[in-house]
Design a protein around this ligand. Structure first.
Ligand SMILES: NC(=O)c1ccc[n+]([C@@H]2O[C@H](COP(=O)([O-])OP(=O)(O)OC[C@H]3O[C@@H](n4cnc5c(N)ncnc54)[C@H](OP(=O)(O)O)[C@@H]3O)[C@@H](O)[C@H]2O)c1
Length: 446
């Protein structure tokens, strides 16, 4: 039902405001259905917030014959993208297909046809954000992508608006719910990675092909987006170091616990004097740090700003309704911008190119688990090689076992990755070193 008075409508037209926002939805899967439901069930309050009527004009799907879990007029559905992208009535396109192609091509076509775009697609924003923002700027349309990072947690708009004066220079995120769920279950139920992954797949918390999540790639896309916004720089996704959780064992989790840590997959973005340090990897973090309390499928982002101090946002990082809520918030804001004819205020700043610091040059503390022959003099052989490569030890844990091979659990002081790697290569060549079981970074300087 239209909710604007005739008087208000006349005034809008005189002021050059666009009277009806027509939306084309690309995709009606998990998030697309959530967005459709939220808009259908809250139309009146959404239209009041926007200040004009809103209508979903067409919805692109892959398979027109599929049974949908939302009540929908089949007339709205199409399998021809041009019914939306070339439709001159539609002024707002919401891309919820996912993947790189055809999503990227559709977004560019929409923008070049002067349609504002909302997407929750981290892949296209991380890989092609610069081109998309540039095209949006040239066509004077809006691009919003709040749903692309951390689902229901507001983070992109706060970084662009509320925190813009805070000089944020450190971001630490738990940005992938699947890996956080697996690590939490391994810790709480003392199970190995493979067993928990299988359970997570059965429960629908992990994809049948879990590579993008467990390899750290998904979190790498997300931290690339957050760093690009925070540090106003272009980030080449290929130069973001990422390491997943596939090699984390129950023993690692138990040793971490003994030493006062938990293991989390951290996505890190830090501004340094010589560039930007962006990476994803598992890390030991103190049990007392707020991020250590983020368990299960929850996500969190911990920021440090020179002016604001420490801030943490916590919530559901995925799912139909949390992500749907972020997308609909973008729809409301963008629809308002279109309605009041506001220009694109986020011109492409990502042409700035800060250097991304190579992981070899980054200093970290490390936990090392080395299996050695239980013989006199082995410890001094190991510490000798470490010392030669400027790796000094903060702690050494050696449990006495009545076995010929024993583990050495070592924690280093801060050391450059390249020095650590040189020492590991030398350690591997020692006759008395059977294997290097684990190398995990320890993060203490939040
Ligand atoms: N799921 C989440 O919790 C979540 C959280 C944050 C961000 N996201 C992002 O949101 C986006 C959508 O994710 P989703 O989980 O909703 O995906 P999904 O459930 O797989 O839905 C994809 C939708 O796009 C349609 N589609 C796929 N390829 C198409 C093509 N080539 N042409 C036309 N239609 C096509 C599908 O049509 P059919 O229905 O006919 O198959 C389906 O409706 C992704 O970028 C994802 O990364 C998702």
């Amino acid at each position: 039902m239209p909710i604007k008075s005739v008087k208000y409508m006349k005034r809008s037209i005189e002021k050059g405001e666009l009277d009806m926002i027509k939306i084309g939805l690309l995709g009606l899967g998990t998030v697309g259905s959530g967005v459709y439901k939220i808009i259908s069930e809250n139309r009146e309050s959404i239209e009041q917030k926007v200040g004009t009527e809103l209508e979903i004009e067409k919805i692109l799907v892959n398979d027109l014959s599929k049974t949908r879990n939302v009540k929908i007029d089949n007339e709205l559905l199409t399998d021809n993208a041009d019914d939306i992208l070339e439709n001159t009535d539609i002024n707002l396109v919401v891309e919820l297909i996912g993947g790189e192609e055809p999503a990227y091509q559709y977004v560019m076509q929409a923008v070049n046809n002067k349609k504002s775009v909302i997407t929750a697609n981290k892949l296209i924003i991380a890989k092609h954000g610069s081109e998309i923002l540039k095209a949006a700027s040239q066509n004077d349309v809006q691009i919003s992508f709040e749903g692309s990072v951390a689902g229901g947690i507001p983070i992109i708009r706060p970084l662009k608006e509320s925190l813009v004066a805070s000089n944020i220079h450190n971001i630490y995120g738990i940005l992938n719910g699947t890996t956080n769920y697996i690590l939490t279950k391994m810790t709480e139920e003392e199970k190995e990675y493979k067993d928990v992954l299988k359970e997570a797949q059965e429960l629908g918390y992990a994809e049948s092909d879990p590579y993008s999540d467990v390899s750290g790639l998904d979190a790498a896309y997300k931290i690339a987006i957050l760093s690009s916004i925070t540090f106003e720089t272009y980030v080449d996704i290929n130069s973001v170091y990422s390491e997943g959780i596939e090699d984390i064992t129950l023993t690692d989790i138990q040793v971490a616990d003994e030493l006062g840590y938990v293991i989390k997959l951290l996505a890190i973005g830090k501004k340094q004097e010589d560039g930007i340090d962006i990476r994803v990897h598992p890390a030991f973090i103190s049990k007392n740090h707020p991020l250590a309390l983020v368990n299960g499928v929850y996500n969190a982002i911990y920021l440090h700003g020179e002016i604001v101090g420490d801030i943490m946002s916590y919530g559901k990082g995925a799912g139909q309704m949390p992500t749907g809520s972020a997308v609909v918030a973008d729809i409301i804001q963008t629809a308002k911008d279109i309605h009041y004819n506001r220009p694109n205020v986020y011109a492409d700043k990502s042409t700035l190119k800060h250097k991304i610091v190579n992981i070899d040059e980054i200093k970290n503390l490390f936990y090392l688990r080395v299996l050695v022959n239980d013989k006199p003099g082995v410890m001094s052989e190991v510490t000798g090689i470490l010392g030669k490569n400027k790796v000094s030890l903060a702690s050494v844990l050696q449990k006495h076992r009545l076995t010929p091979v024993v583990p050495l659990d070592l924690v280093t002081h801060p050391v450059k990755e390249k020095n650590l790697n040189n020492s590991l290569a030398e350690l591997k060549s020692l006759k008395n070193v059977k294997s290097i079981e684990s190398v995990i970074r320890v993060i203490e300087d939040f």
